[in-house]
Design a protein around this ligand. Structure first.
Ligand code: B12
Length: 300
């Protein structure tokens, strides 16, 4: 079944307001979504096209002049002039500084307001790459320097977790083609990698079933059986005595034909050679996005 997204999810994924989306469709027929009793239903290709248009308009092109171009022509217009520009823009510290300042002065309400503002104005992908990752990195540095207390780290972890969770729910596709379980093994508390992963896969039309951190293998396997998930994705940031055993037990207990995907700073240290399962080791988050594209254009 083709993946379909409701208009709110498309607004979130493209950064366009509901009014702009409706106006562009009415005036310029930029995309023609299907209609159902749940309202407009957009395909993945509609979302891709709207993202291209949104980026061009942000760069100063008038929608009236680009609306009729093919996707290839839109991509050509966006093509970087130099190879340096072809990378994602480096995260701007300006975005996260107000959040950090509020946390430093123990002002959770302002920090939550700032994060909420960023969540509302950025695309989910930018929220991951431009806010969540740099923010937690900076928190880590300050925590190690002793300028941020553990309580402040917990505060920001909690807020960021809530924000990413809310956005992941908002952009959940209305008719996903597959389900994926997100968890960390028992003893692993670092959860931002799997939260970020859940957001990125949601944008590829996969329904995330987010179980969260620190789960025994039999619970994860049971959830996969009952939900019919095609992939179990585990985040591994620290290696503990139990980690390899938990992964092994999960591989033995999980249902056929589900795949086991692993990512995170220490995942590469596990021996995955004889798990008797299809396993995918993800180098980083862009690699996960690549695997999701394999899913999107492949034959799952
Ligand atoms: C927040 C944090 C915590 C929080 C976690 C809260 C939460 N809800 O997640 C708490 C306080 C619980 C915690 C506890 C501990 N932590 Co800690 N923690 C961090 C911190 C500050 C940020 C980690 C983070 O979330 N970053 C944001 C994520 C998105 O980025 P990332 O982890 O760098 O991951 C990148 C990639 O690896 C990849 N990725 C990550 N996960 C995944 C998953 C998939 C599927 C994919 C595809 C990619 C991917 O994407 C990210 C972007 O590139 C880091 C320091 C730092 N600056 O990184 C230490 C750090 C990760 N912690 C560390 C340690 C040692 C611990 C503790 C053992 C206690 C301690 N001595 O401090 C405990 C262990 C807890 C446990 N049993 O799991 C070490 C790990 C060293 C190591 N790799 O062995 C670090 C690096 C700090 C350090 N330099 O010592 N921690």
């Amino acid at each position: 079944m083709a993946v379909r997204y409701p208009i709110r999810a498309v607004a979130k994924a493209t950064g366009l307001s509901l009014d702009t989306l409706r106006a562009w469709e009415r005036r310029y027929k930029v995309v023609v979504p299907e209609r159902s009793d749940r309202g407009r239903q957009y395909g993945v290709e509609d979302v891709d096209r709207l993202r291209l248009l949104a980026r061009l308009v942000e760069k100063g092109h008038a929608i009236g002049t680009v609306a009729a171009l093919s996707n290839q022509e839109l991509e050509n217009l966006l093509a970087p002039q130099s190879s340096e520009e072809s990378q994602d823009p480096p995260p701007s510290r300006d975005l996260i500084l107000p959040v950090l300042a509020a946390i430093e002065r123990f002002d959770p309400a302002s920090a939550a307001d700032e994060l909420g503002r960023l969540g509302a104005s950025l695309s989910p992908r930018d929220l991951v790459y431009q806010v969540a990752i740099p923010l937690m990195r900076e928190v880590g540095i300050r925590w190690h320097q002793g300028t941020l207390a553990i309580a402040q780290e917990h505060l920001i972890s909690q807020m960021l977790g809530n924000l990413l969770g809310t956005v992941a729910r908002l952009i959940r596709p209305s008719s996903p083609s597959a389900r994926m379980i997100f968890a960390t093994p028992a003893g692993e508390l670092h959860e931002f990698g799997i939260l970020a992963s859940a957001m990125l896969t949601s944008m590829a039309g996969i329904e995330p079933i987010y179980l969260g951190p620190d789960l025994p293998s039999h619970e994860i396997a049971e959830a996969a059986s009952r939900s019919g998930a095609r992939v179990i994705l585990l985040g591994i940031t620290v290696i503990q005595e139990s980690t390899a055993g938990e992964v092994r037990a999960l591989a033995a207990a999980m249902p056929e034909p589900a795949e086991l995907w692993l990512g995170g700073a220490r995942a590469g240290e596990l021996d995955l050679s004889d798990l008797g399962r299809k396993t995918v080791l993800l180098e980083d988050l862009p690699a996960l996005e690549g695997e999701c594209r394999r899913w999107r254009y492949g034959s799952w």
